[in-house]
Design a protein. Structure first.
Length: 550
């Protein structure tokens, strides 16, 4: 490779290896030789090489093992993080001892230790159990403990259940939610959280998680009784003809579609936007609800909410997976091969279970959507929700709205600097927009600092789009690594629109916002043809291509 070309050009050349489709495949030996001769090569180039090795087949991936293991000893934090992510993607089991060492090193940053925990979970290495237990018993941030508990559940469910029980009395909502999730996978754990909920020792917000856990083991009369008690006082709606007519009249006379839109988007109360996509906004666990105002009658809407198992849309059949160690997972079967099964649960989390640990796997006739999906809201709120589901205007107002982003910070506030500082960080937290589309960055915007907000936009074809941003603070926007909008001074808090080009497939939108003492709010909207947004890209198949067994 020529020594006079820039780092960006070398990175592009390395990534170009994936463009050549030959039989037999092109050899990556020259790339191995190049990297061996340049031990101080730019991290961007090394990262590109690792990614190329990872997607170029098992034989080529093996050639990168020494490179990746060597990066684990690199003094640069970002280099080690690149290595850990590659170890997870390539299932490089030889790295497990070094990852265990990272777990116990308090000098390592939180994001690196969390990445090591996630990688060890995928590797299934039992040597990680003891250090993970120590991490859960120590003084560590709740986000790190949450990742650790999730990994422990995959490695040793008995140890994880004991750890989760101890965490039920602590106040952090993220860690408490993870503890409830771990306990919900086993019958004793589901019974415990059901009893605590009925005794008002769990927040009312956990009703959906608790009842869903109890439903898994509903064949046990004691569990079924607990579920009934947990639902006491919840909203119950019937499908009797007289009740349907009453609901129809209330939706017409009193239903407020705008309030219903706010409720639909409020993922702390309802799971609608977590599970379903509408006008490009939302998750991918349930069917797409775009144009539901036109495709479903009010009667059918009521039936799908109150009795979701009566008619399950093709492709969204629920599977029940039981493991040899007593865990039960229910969700969509996203992938199955000779090594593992990937189940996507109702909360959007993907669970990978090794084939050797599966006791049974079978489809069920029960919808993944809970029967009590609206149990937490009032009757008036239910009427507003139905009014929204029948409103063309309010649903189309969601088009292009970026309703959730991954955020990270703080960083230096200089907008002239490149975005390289954020590329390798794993300290991303999901932030949900208010129903108006406003993203409140106040919790991250410390004085004299800046934060990044990241989201993804899917375009079914290459196209020119317009992006509208609104912020009183200065900001800079990158689209697919290209700086596309830059305002160095504070603004008036009005919408500003610029044009850019999206490639076919997933496109990343990255915004840097410094704190200048103005309102910490940011809103982003993308206008184009058949676009949709997500906080993380999924495995959407492009038109005319194959799903590849997903």
């Amino acid at each position: 490779m020529r020594p006079d070309i820039t780092t960006a050009q070398r990175e592009a050349l390395v990534r170009s290896y994936t463009n050549y489709q030959f039989d037999p495949p092109i050899s990556l030996d020259p790339l191995v030789t190049f990297l061996a001769r340049r031990p101080n090569e730019s991290l961007d180039v090394v990262r590109a090489a690792v990614e190329v090795f990872a997607v170029s087949g098992e034989a080529n991936a093996r050639k990168a093992h020494d490179l990746i293991l060597g990066l684990l000893s690199n003094p640069d934090d970002d280099a080690r993080f690149v290595a850990i992510k590659a170890i997870e993607d390539m299932r490089l089991s030889a790295a497990a001892p070094q990852l265990v060492t990272i777990l116990g090193d308090s000098a390592k940053r939180e994001s690196e230790r969390a990445a090591a925990v996630r990688a060890l979970r995928v590797l299934g290495d039992k040597r990680a159990v003891a250090p993970i237990q120590a991490m859960l018993n120590g003084q560590h941030p709740a986000t790190l403990k949450s990742v650790a508990l999730q990994a422990l559940a995959a490695l040793d469910i008995t140890a994880a259940r004991a750890a989760a029980e101890k965490l039920l009395d602590q106040p952090d909502p993220t860690l408490l939610s993870e503890a409830v999730t771990v306990l919900a996978a086993t019958k004793p754990g589901a019974k415990l959280i059901g009893e605590r909920f009925v005794a008002k020792r769990l927040p009312r917000d956990f009703l959906p998680q608790v009842t869903e856990a109890l439903k898994k083991f509903g064949e046990d009369p004691a569990i079924a009784k607990l579920q009934t008690e947990a639902l006491r006082g919840a909203l119950l709606v019937s499908l009797e003809p007289g009740q349907i007519e009453k609901v129809r009249k209330l939706v017409s006379d009193k239903g407020d579609a705008k309030r219903g839109r706010d409720l639909y988007l409020n993922t702390k109360i309802l799971a609608c936007a977590t599970c379903h996509r509408m006008e490009g906004v939302g998750g991918s666990v349930g069917p797409d609800l775009t144009r539901i105002w036109d495709t479903m009658t009010l009667d059918k809407l009521l039936e799908s909410i109150i009795d979701p198992s009566k008619e399950i849309k093709e492709g969204f059949q629920t599977y029940r997976l039981a493991t040899a160690d007593g865990q039960i997972f229910t969700g969509l079967k996203i992938k199955e091969d000779s090594k593992e099964v990937l189940i996507r649960e109702a909360n959007g989390r993907d669970m990978r279970i090794e084939k050797d640990n599966i006791d049974s796997l079978a489809p069920t006739k029960v919808s993944l959507m809970p029967d009590n999906a609206v149990a937490q809201i009032s009757y008036d709120q239910f009427i507003d929700l139905l009014a929204f589901l029948k409103s063309k205007k309010e649903q189309e107002s969601l088009r292009g709205l970026i309703a959730e982003v991954a955020v990270t910070g703080p960083f230096p506030p200089d907008l002239k600097s490149l975005k390289a500082e954020v590329v390798a960080t794993s300290k991303w937290k999901t932030l949900y927009a208010e129903p108006s589309g406003k993203l409140d960055l106040a919790a991250l915007l410390a004085p004299n600092s800046a934060v990044y907000a990241r989201s993804y936009v899917f375009a079914p074809m290459k196209q020119k789009v317009s992006i509208t941003v609104k912020s009183e603070n200065p900001l800079r926007v990158w689209v697919n690594d290209v700086s596309s909008f830059d305002r160095q001074s504070p603004g008036a808090g009005v919408e500003e629109t610029f044009s850019t080009e999206l490639k076919q497939g997933w496109n990343v939108v990255l915004v840097k916002v410094p704190n200048t003492g103005k309102s910490p709010a940011l809103s982003i909207r993308v206008a184009g043809e058949s676009l949709r947004t997500a906080v993380n890209p999924d495995n959407t198949v492009l038109p005319g291509t194959s799903a590849g067994g997903q």
